[in-house]
Design a protein. Structure first.
Length: 183
């Protein structure tokens, strides 16, 4: 079972660190405090070969043959030139891969945008459909209320006519044939 005891500095520590203060000091010295700034190293410049010489100074004359040291000079020049060509090939390959990667990123970004737009259109369509359904429902209720009110009006008018007819039917007396004041 591990037991964590507070360190003299107030940092919880494992019991093995209390037994080995030398190790604890090592760990504490590596942990940056909030007051200290942590140095972030800048990106190191990439190695680049020296450019080829514009003017080669050690050129043999036309009357002399190659001496014993000329082969070593030639060998070093050849090695540097091969190294420079390899570096240029590697840089071209790196640039090609970077361009491919950027194209792939753009392609993925476009695909993601298309999918997002498609989903956005779908959500908007559903939203409009819900709004349209809600409007239709409200219009339907409104039409039902209007039809109910018009039916009530018609029924109230019918009731009035019916009531007049009933009143007339209830009055079995004959209509007066002579009305005074008319003339």
């Amino acid at each position: 079972m591990r037991r964590f005891d507070p360190c003299p500095e107030g940092v919880p520590s494992d019991s093995c660190f209390l037994l080995a203060p030398c190790r604890w000091r090592c760990v504490c010295s590596r942990v940056p405090s909030g007051e200290k700034t942590v140095p972030i190293p800048e990106k190191l410049n990439e190695w680049a070969p020296r450019p080829p010489p514009e003017f080669v100074r050690d050129v043999m004359g036309s009357s002399a043959g190659a001496g014993s040291g000329e082969f070593h000079v030639y060998r070093h020049l050849r090695r540097r030139e091969y190294q420079r060509q390899d570096f240029m090939d590697a840089m071209a390959e790196k640039q090609r891969l970077d361009e491919e990667f950027q194209k792939k990123l753009e392609r993925n970004k476009m695909i993601a945008e298309e999918q997002t737009a498609k989903r956005r259109r779908k959500r908007q369509k559903l939203k409009e459909k819900k709004l349209q359904a809600k409007k239709n429902k409200l219009e339907q209720k409104k039409q039902e209320k209007e039809s109910d009110q018009s039916q009530e009006r018609v029924s109230s008018e019918d009731d009035e006519e019916d009531s007049k007819e009933e009143e007339e039917k209830e009055d079995d007396a004959e209509e007066p044939s002579f009305v005074m004041g008319r003339g």
